[in-house]
Design a binder for this molecule. Structure first.
Ligand SMILES: [Zn+2]
Length: 323
């Protein structure tokens, strides 16, 4: 009898463990692979399978400019939004920073991921895994990092709409596999590559129904591979952060050691009682503080980038015209 009882107990334990493994499977740690490294995946500069998204957002007609941070209505509320740019040019592939993503997943920290459409296609497997986490907000960061101050109207519209369409395509693949958990239909926020824009570009983005989100704290300053340096950089980042801040990080393995910096920044902010929200949630908690031109730390600090990445920011020597 005792034997049967212990067998039954063992069986129940096995079933329980199996059920827990199943429940946790969507949130299991993502395993780093060699294809996540920079330039590991082949480059493909063709347009997405579908150039026009099915979900067309209504025009905002707000012309609010560029949001750098949010003035939080409740003085006692300490909230910040962590944001990650995941992007690549037309001419090259970048990586996917799985360590940083795993850190957020393990610690259940929500964040907003600004994906380049081409990057999302290159790293489609990873994007779909991240979509299943229900922890991240997905936002638009142009197709191939086109500079909004330099693109033509047609080129700019294509950079934005191709990205919306690519997001939908990946979401549909999950739907097809019955794996979609209430994912947003389409991104509603946009980030300017290089922080560069013009009055006419902002008007076009507004007409396409996306709000422009930059940052008030550019977190990565140089290489953070060295832990000591990452720790001292984290202190600087936290000293610049206030409630309502939007922090800029990258998760494409272009800046080095982001995960070290991220760990220390999160640790330090949590020690100061900060909570983390997505940018869309942050926007519901107060009034956005807007500017007319994007920049990193001071006005005009990004203008020199106009000449560094091909003719219009995509790395190409000929204009991106959206064909
Ligand atoms: Zn970028």
């Amino acid at each position: 009898m005792r034997y049967f009882k212990s067998v039954r107990f063992l069986n129940l334990t096995v079933i329980f463990l199996a059920a827990m493994t199943f429940l946790n499977s969507a949130h299991a740690e993502l395993k780093t692979a060699s294809f996540d490294l920079r330039r590991a995946l082949p480059n493909n500069s063709t347009p997405p399978e579908r150039k026009t998204p099915l979900n067309i957002l209504p025009a905002l007609n707000k012309n609010e400019g560029i949001i750098r941070r949010v003035k939080i209505s409740d003085d006692n509320l300490k909230v910040v939004a962590l944001t990650f740019d995941m992007c690549e040019l037309d001419t090259v592939t970048t990586g996917c920073d799985i360590d940083s993503m795993n850190f957020l997943i393990e610690n259940k920290i929500p964040a907003t991921l600004f994906i380049g459409g081409k990057w999302a296609r290159t790293h489609s497997r990873r994007v779909k895994e991240l979509m299943l986490e229900n922890l991240f907000e997905f936002a638009n960061h142009n197709w191939s990092h086109g500079n909004c101050a330099l693109l033509s109207e047609k080129g700019l519209k294509a950079q934005i709409l191709w990205t919306q369409a690519q997001y939908e395509l990946l979401r549909e693949e999950l739907e097809f596999e019955n794996l979609n958990n209430n994912m947003q239909k389409v991104p509603v926020l946009f980030r300017l590559p290089y922080g560069r824009s013009s009055e006419s570009a902002l008007k076009i983005i507004d007409e396409l129904g996306l709000r422009v989100i930059q940052w008030d704290v550019a977190a990565e300053a140089g290489d953070n591979s060295n832990l000591k340096r990452a720790k001292s950089n984290a202190k600087k980042v936290v000293s610049m952060t206030k409630s309502g801040s939007i922090l800029l990080f990258h998760a494409n393995l272009v800046p080095k050691g982001t995960v070290n910096l991220l760990r220390y920044v999160v640790e330090e902010l949590q020690a100061h009682d900060y909570k983390f929200v997505t940018v869309s949630e942050l926007l519901t908690l107060g009034e956005p503080e807007c500017v007319k031109d994007g920049y990193f730390s001071y006005k005009g600090d990004n203008k020199a980038l106009d000449k560094k990445f091909g003719i219009d920011g995509t790395g190409r020597r000929y204009k991106f015209i959206g064909e």
